[in-house]
Design a protein around this ligand. Structure first.
Ligand code: PPE
Length: 316
């Protein structure tokens, strides 16, 4: 069987990419083969979405995402050679130059070629901001009716060996191994447990369950990414008067939950309708999930007056 691949990378469909301080034509935004981060994975990145909302295009929680980028880099002992303000401008400029009223932004901080080997300390730190239009990460069908997930035999990396609070490039091997195994087994997504057997998160999403009307998600004391969508959904749920708890729970609790959903910038708010063959609730998008999802989409689209502070508007 011959394998086909798409010869045009998704971000090359936009004309400009920000690299080391300015937008350049995307075909010129290239890196050397011996880029340190390509070989060893030490680097930091973000995923940010812009939506064409009620008052025009706006980036959702840009500041929080860039603050996390700085924290992730600091965890790597990498100093980003730009200020938060410069990267804020860079993100907005990248969207504007590409005339994107909505899209996904991917800032990435990486170590350049220079000295070779693990122990390099003075290689240049580079920063790129790519962007592309990105539809529903787990499919239109997934957002509406839910996806099918597998509890992975791959365990979420622990904080003794890794830095789960950092969005660090190489750490994603953990997620991708789980994701590929799940896909090969015919599932859409993998859910990872932590070392102690408690549910941690999915491969690129935080996880919530709904049980007896309460919304429950693993606490940040577990080895999970402190998701910005997670934090936003917690706030929105409380605003709606729903009881929200950050509590540990095990795999069996997932199977008997009334509802399960995932949150992430890429995945937005996606219901899970089946896990390991167990049908969750009624096997579709549950009522609490639907309420929160619609509230979340209202927030990102600037339809909640009290939440426009989450948005950085721009013009294309
Ligand atoms: N956990 C992990 C491991 C994770 O990678 C993400 C984001 C989240 C939780 C949710 O975080 P937040 O986006 O702040 O709500 N995953 C990004 C990567 C997606 C990709 O395929 O790459 C994202 O959603 O942008």
């Amino acid at each position: 069987m011959t394998k086909t691949f798409d010869p045009v990378p998704e971000n090359c469909r936009v004309p400009f990419t920000w690299l080391d301080g300015a937008c350049v034509p995307t075909e010129q935004a290239l890196v050397p083969i011996m880029t340190h981060t390509l070989h060893y994975g030490l680097g930091a990145f973000e995923g940010i979405r812009a939506y064409d909302g009620a008052s025009g295009p706006a980036v959702f929680r840009l500041r929080e995402h860039l603050e996390r980028l700085f924290r992730s880099a600091a965890l790597c002992r990498i100093e980003i050679p730009f200020t938060l303000e410069a990267l804020t401008k860079g993100c907005v400029e990248t969207l504007k130059r590409n005339q994107l009223a909505a899209g996904y932004l991917r800032p990435v901080v990486f170590i350049d070629d220079g000295k070779r080997g693990l122990g390099v300390t003075n290689n240049r730190i580079r920063v790129a901001i790519a962007t592309w239009p990105w539809g529903r990460y787990l499919g239109d069908e997934g957002v509406q009716h839910g996806i099918r997930a597998q509890v992975s035999s791959t365990v979420r990396m622990n904080a003794r060996s890794f830095l789960p609070k950092g969005k660090i490039n190489g750490q994603y091997v953990n997620s991708i191994l789980a994701k590929r195994a799940a896909q090969q087994a015919g599932f859409d997504e993998a859910i990872l447990l932590d070392d102690d057997g408690y549910v941690a998160e999915a491969t690129g999403e935080n996880l919530f369950i709904v049980r007896d009307g309460a919304v429950v998600t693993p606490p940040t004391s577990q080895p999970i990414l402190e998701g910005i969508t997670r934090a936003s959904v917690i706030e929105l749920a409380r605003e709606l008067g729903l009881p929200v708890r950050e509590d540990r729970f095990t795999r069996d609790t997932l199977y008997i939950a009334d509802e399960v959903f995932l949150t992430g910038t890429a995945a937005e708010l996606t219901p899970v309708r089946e896990i390991d063959g167990y049908v969750i609730g009624t096997g579709g998008r549950g009522p609490v999930t639907e309420r929160l999802q619609s509230r979340f989409f209202d927030a990102v689209h600037g339809r909640i007056a009290g939440r426009v502070g989450w948005l950085t508007g721009y013009r294309v």
